[in-house]
Design a protein around this ligand. Structure first.
Ligand SMILES: *[C@@H]1O[C@H](CO)[C@@H](O)[C@H](O)[C@H]1NC(C)=O
Ligand SMILES: *[C@@H]1O[C@H](CO)[C@@H](O)[C@H](O)[C@H]1NC(C)=O
Ligand SMILES: *[C@@H]1O[C@H](CO)[C@@H](O)[C@H](O)[C@H]1NC(C)=O
Ligand SMILES: *[C@@H]1O[C@H](CO)[C@@H](O)[C@H](O)[C@H]1NC(C)=O
Length: 840
């Protein structure tokens, strides 16, 4: 016994010295020699080199494969050529019964387990149909997994603390076949994941990470290039951040040309490679007020899991110490307040550090927003940076990364995630042009277009303090739109769906007023369990709604699909419907300018629906009850419940049932049951009349010729006597040329044939003109003279004559008040104003 150990001691010493030399070498060169390093190209009979790494052939010792049937499959190099690491996807091992790979573990502790999947067809095996479960002895990695995209490879990376002598990765087919293209099992440095992190809500220490299995869901190099495994110290891949960035305009990329510093106790080159720390996203125009916005990256994640978020920081932007202070947020919660990197980096600039933060599953929605925002400290220039970010999913109960086998719900989440993710890009675009362009690209990506929710007769979806959602730059809670609400939260917000809080009812269900804990008012639309709408349609509605972001559209804030509920949460519009401001309520009446502004806002919203996406979206139920007003009387179009994408669709635009509201309905739609944007234009024309006359569109109590507002209004318009039916409360205040132009616009909208009607854009333009005419010269707005002039048209018999009337009026005005010649109002000035407005 003595002899061998005595012999061993000097050897151990040598090894120790060697290790020391090696490790000091490691620190400067960032080399890490993993104790375990298995790279297996599954299904391949020879080894495969990818970049600087070599994957061994399948079944090479000491890795053991146990399976009932050896199926080594291959596909052509062409089929996979466009993928990263393409060679790995060219072969696969197929399993037809429960099978496994066994890896001897030399050194217990954290390992990366990386799985590569690409479903090709091999002989009679169509791998895209494969559905299977992948697990280790301790952790369920994938449950009833099916490749979401059959045309793209899928890569999964897990970080597992392996405390056994072998790792067994099992594959269990659920419907006949399972497969795998490549596997990596590689040791990682023990200190890569430390046991504790800071939790954001409640703010407290989170511990236990060292034993917890993690799945890497995002690894991003902010402001820098993509990093391939060859360029990373632990063969990790880092992607660029652009596609997650919500507001690229407030962000700029920074590249540090020099070596960054590493300090003891901080990050090492193994934490992240130099290129991650040496590049950053910084708040743009950091010395101007522009920097007062957050930069936000938004990621699709599975709700219901906790996440470990690792921020990588390195102050490569400051010229001196203690000048950069900023805040970091995770999922809307503060993660760092007035963070001063100088302090954390032992007072050395350009020093790499990282900060771990845990977001608990209670707070994780399907959108994870990560923001960096300026500090609120006085005497500090607004600025902020982020160099890199890792988002790791913490498995539930320490053992699973997937929610049970409740497939349906999970699919919904996945789909929603994908959809909302795309939308995320849209919400904070500042430049309108940019917005349109991006929108178009997105629309193309999502071909789902049919929007079948019928919420017929939903009368007053009214409501809410204008929250900061919408197209404002800050986007409210950083991606909390599209937020998945817990049912309990909505129960609380609506006083347990109190009937007294109902603000609207429709075929789909009821709309409740709600107040969230942070006092935000919301409108909660709860699907009636008896309604025929299935989860699919619900999903479609969310998909459609969340793609639509506009100042003049009521925003969807979130949804809830818990317990088979179908609940949509909208921003609350304080002042209710336009209708309630026209007649049938005690609301104070709106003046002509306010009415015009509301019409212009609504027209903008509709114009956006028609043109803002690659495919036109037709509202299908334009009416005054679907135009809502916020506390500033800003109009927003609501209830796309009947919305459907426009005419390019083959079958779907031929409706089987005529929908929409009686009195507003396009006669052509009736005749041909064909829906175009021009149907909305017709309905909008009826709304314009409603606004002018302040009476219901159908009023059966009136004499027969008056029942239908559209018919009645057109009769007067055609006679050139529209002023006769104007709402008494405003009739004296409308300037004749403003009314004339308005009447003409209504008439065009109500043309019998869609082709004769203007586009929503033209309508908008005309209404702007009407407003300009009203505004044209405020000093001439002497009510008496206006009244007198307004009476004039009744003596003429056709609309054309109105032209001469306005000239007459102008002359009349000129004779009394030469300085305010109304003819001035005419074309040139108005047009130049309009052109200026357009050009903005
Ligand atoms: C792995 O887990 C064990 C406890 O099971 C713990 O002692 C060890 O520190 C962990 N290793 C790492 C690298 O976190
Ligand atoms: C990545 O590595 C390759 C070769 O190892 C090198 O040519 C390239 O410049 C590296 N890229 C970066 C961003 O470091
Ligand atoms: C901000 O910085 C840029 C260059 O660093 C400079 O050109 C600009 O004048 C600065 N603006 C303000 C408002 O200080
Ligand atoms: C940045 O986001 C956080 C969290 O959503 C928010 O509280 C903060 O007000 C935002 N800051 C700015 C300047 O928009």
């Amino acid at each position: 016994m003595m002899a061998p150990s005595g012999k061993k001691r000097p050897q151990a010493a040598t090894t120790f010295i060697l290790l020391c030399i090696l490790s000091s070498f490691c620190i400067c060169k960032a080399q890490f020699k993993p104790a375990d390093s298995y790279l297996v190209d599954c299904g391949s009979s020879k080894s495969t080199t990818v970049g600087q790494r070599t994957f061994t052939s399948d079944g090479a010792s000491p890795v053991k494969v146990s399976t009932s049937q050896e199926i080594l499959a291959g596909t052509s190099a062409n089929g996979v050529a466009s993928f990263d690491n393409s060679a790995l996807y060219q072969t696969a091992r197929i399993f037809t019964s429960p099978s496994s790979y066994t890896f001897p573990i030399q050194k217990q502790g954290r390992h990366f387990v990386r799985l590569y999947f690409f479903p090709f067809t091999y002989q009679s095996y169509d791998l895209s149909l494969a559905k299977f479960t992948v697990s280790t002895q301790d952790v369920l990695l994938l449950s009833d997994f099916q490749q979401p995209d059959k045309t793209a490879p899928l890569f999964k990376e897990y970080s597992l603390n392996i405390t056994r002598d072998t790792l067994v990765i099992s594959f269990k087919p659920s419907n006949g076949i399972a497969f795998i293209n490549a596997i990596e099992v590689v040791s990682v440095p023990d200190d890569l994941i430390i046991d504790t992190a800071q939790m954001v809500n409640p703010v407290q220490q989170y511990s236990g990470l060292s034993t917890q299995p993690l799945e890497t869901v995002y690894r991003v190099n902010m402001g820098g290039p993509k990093v391939t495994p060859d360029n990373d110290t632990l063969s990790r891949a880092w992607v660029t951040d652009q596609k997650y960035l919500l507001n690229p305009t407030v962000t700029k990329q920074v590249v540090y040309g020099k070596d960054v510093n590493y300090k003891k106790g901080g990050a090492t080159q193994l934490t992240a490679p130099d290129i991650v720390y040496g590049t950053a996203a910084e708040l743009a125009a950091s010395n101007t007020s522009n920097a007062l916005f957050n930069m936000t990256w938004q990621f699709d994640v599975d709700a219901g899991f906790s996440y470990l978020i690792r921020f990588h920081f390195c102050d490569i932007v400051s010229k001196a110490l203690n000048q950069l202070y900023f805040n970091a947020y995770v999922g809307g919660f503060s993660a760092q307040n007035n963070l001063d990197l100088s302090v954390m980096s032992d007072n050395q600039l350009a020093t790499a550090i990282y900060i771990d933060v845990v977001l608990s599953s209670n707070d994780a929605s399907s959108k994870l927003g990560i923001s960096i925002g300026p500090s609120t400290l006085n005497n500090v220039l607004p600025d902020g940076i982020l160099n890199g970010l890792e988002v790791m999913k913490i498995s539930t109960g320490g053992s699973a990364f997937t929610v049970g086998s409740g497939g349906g719900n999970k699919n919904l989440v996945v789909i929603l995630g994908a959809v909302l993710g795309g939308v995320g890009l849209l919400i904070i675009v500042v430049v309108l042009v940019l917005l349109c362009r991006k929108k178009k690209t997105l629309e193309k990506q999502h071909s789902k277009t049919w929007m079948p929710f019928s919420i017929n007769g939903l009368t007053s979806l009214s409501t809410g303090s204008r929250t900061s959602y919408g197209t404002t730059l800050t986007s409210g809670l950083n991606g909390s739109y599209g937020y998945r609400f817990a049912f309990s939260v909505l129960q609380e917000a609506t006083n347990n769906f109190d009937e007294n809080w109902v603000i609207g009812v429709g075929g789909f269900g009821k709309v409740y007023k709600g107040v969230l804990r942070d006092e935000t008012k919301v409108a909660v639309k709860r699907g009636n369990p008896k309604s025929q709408q299935g989860l699919n349609e619900f999903r479609t509605e969310i998909e459609l709604l969340s793609r639509l972001r506009h100042r003049h559209l009521v925003s969807l804030i979130g949804y809830c699909d818990e317990r088979n509920e179908m609940i949509l949460v909208y921003e609350y519009m304080e002042k209710g419907t336009l209708k309630s401001h026209l007649y049938g309520s005690d609301n104070p009446s709106l003046n002509w300018k306010q009415r015009l502004e509301v019409c212009i806002g609504a027209a903008r919203g509709l114009h956006y629906l028609h043109t803002g996406s690659a495919k036109a979206i037709i509202h299908r139920d334009v009416k005054s009850a679907n135009i809502l007003l916020d506390e500033n009387l800003l109009a927003k179009v609501a209830d796309f419940g009947l919305s459907k994408t426009g005419p390019e669709l083959d079958q779907t635009h031929v409706s089987t049932a005529v929908k929409g509201s009686f009195g507003y309905l396009d006669p052509e739609y009736f005749r041909r049951q064909q829906l175009t944007e021009k149907s909305d234009v017709y309905s909008f024309g009826v709304v314009l009349l409603e606004v002018l006359c302040a009476r219901p569109v159908i009023d059966p109590t009136l004499p027969r010729e008056m029942v239908n507002l559209a018919e009645w209004g057109m009769k007067w318009q055609k006679r050139g006597e529209l002023h006769q039916i104007v709402d008494q409360r405003i009739s004296g205040t409308i300037r004749p040329d403003s009314l004339r132009k308005f009447g003409e616009t209504v008439e065009k909208c109500l043309a019998d044939y869609g082709v004769e009607r203007p586009s929503m854009g033209d309508v908008l333009w005309n209404l702007e003109y009407v407003l300009q005419l009203q505004d044209a010269d405020s000093t001439v707005s002497d009510v008496n003279s206006m009244n007198r002039i307004v009476e004039l048209p009744s003596q003429v018999q056709n609309v054309g004559a109105l032209e001469s009337i306005s000239v007459t009026m102008a002359e009349a005005g000129a004779s009394n008040e030469p300085d305010h010649d109304l003819s001035d109002v005419s074309m040139s000035r108005v047009f130049s104003q309009l052109i200026k407005a357009e050009g903005r």
